[in-house]
Design a protein around this ligand. Sequence first.
Ligand code: ZN
Length: 197
Amino acid sequence: MTLEASNAGEVRWGCPELSRASNFARAMAEAGPARNLEPAKASALAAQAIGVYGLHPGIPSDRYTVEFDPLMLDVYGETASNGDCPRVRLGPRAFASASTLVATLLHEFVHVRQIVAYALGKQGVGDTEMAELECEAYYTEMRAGKDLQLESNEAEYASRRFHDLLTRLPEDRRRLAEHGEFRLRPAIQNLPEENRV
Ligand SMILES: [Zn+2]
């Protein structure tokens, strides 16, 4: 299944919200090459993707921001802690297709939740913790991508990255992560309640 509009103008989809999903896929196709996207158009497409697929990091929408950065050419997206209000930036690569945009948002929203839940803006994170945070984001992208029936190349990319990152985890945490369980070090887990959501 795909969310892309074919050359004939037909739209196929894998989402239960057929008309909304097809409108979103059509809007993505009509927006043209991602590198030429106007910031306002990009923001509207991201908002549409979030609405159609019900994507959210599990915290109120006024606790984080999503922006388009036309100059961020090397990665799909990036999430910074930005004090107490995580800031998601999406580059043009995130807008290559409807599936890519949804997969990127899924991934970055895991980071939003991690930043708030673990108060990551207030402390340093080591290489192993960073690998585990990324592992969780790719795992979610991989699993949710399957549920949302995103294009297979998105799921394959997430799966490849997930398995690469697994090799950077210690044995005990690798075994948990393989089953979708992610444990940060106790110092982060035992933060006072007020730092959590
Ligand atoms: Zn990430």
